[in-house]
Design a protein around this ligand. Structure first.
Ligand code: CA2
Length: 202
């Protein structure tokens, strides 16, 4: 049975029909999903904290510019789901699975890059990122993700392929484990399901 169709979707660009069921998986350059010895050492911390005392997996959610306005500005147009709502559900789901989830939003490219570099030092196992507009512009963000080699899924709330041509490509997609777009805020939860399934199977 074919999966996909069109749903009315209220976005900042007005009400439009959005294609769903388009999950563009990038399997060409799979980042390693098993925890390396160096990553285990990093996540154990400088005090030599025992692995068993650590959460089973550590996931970082990164949100790019303007996403702090979700559900806040003009909710009649953009809907009522806020970034805090999305993160709360993700945190609860992660905790229930024995994983730890932290989220970070910034309107500044350098702050997102700093957070990615810190994730390496902290031994973060997986990143879920909506780069927002920076996905279409930032080689530096791609370099940061490639540099830390932490596997990540790229999420877009809208179907970027059904929008203006300049949104059809992102600098991150080619190095992501996978890309989810057009599934609305639930896309983050699907990305989390994937991360938990992979990380907790280790
Ligand atoms: O669909 C997505 O998730 C996007 O990453 C959203 C970005 C856009 O530049 C990408 O092409 C696709 C825009 C985020 C702006 O979010 C706002 C939310 C509420 C009010 C104003 C902006």
């Amino acid at each position: 049975m074919a999966f996909g169709g069109k749903i009315p979707f209220r976005t900042e660009w007005g009400e439009e029909e959005v294609n769903y069921g388009q999950i563009a998986a990038n399997c060409g350059k799979l980042a390693p999903m098993t925890k390396t010895a160096s990553a285990k050492k990093r996540s154990a911390g400088s005090a030599g904290q025992a692995e068993s005392a650590s959460p089973r997996a550590r996931i970082l959610v990164l949100q790019g510019p303007n996403l702090n306005m979700l559900g806040v500005r003009e909710p009649a147009v953009y809907g009522h789901t806020t970034l805090a709502d999305i993160h709360r559900v993700m945190e609860d789901r992660a905790r229930a699975s024995g994983a730890q989830l932290e989220s970070f939003q910034s309107n500044h490219e350098g702050e997102l890059i700093d957070r990615i570099q810190a994730a390496y030092t902290e031994g973060i196992d997986f990143i879920i990122i909506n780069p927002a507009g920076f996905g279409h512009t930032s080689v530096a963000l791609r370099d940061a993700l490639a540099g830390v080699a932490i596997p990540f899924v790229e999420v877009h709330i809208s179907n970027i392929h059904a929008r203006e041509p300049f949104r059809h490509q992102t600098y991150l997609s080619a190095i992501a484990v996978g890309v989810i777009c057009g599934l609305g805020p639930e896309g983050y939860q699907y990305a989390l399901d994937f991360a938990l399934a992979k990380l907790l199977a280790r």
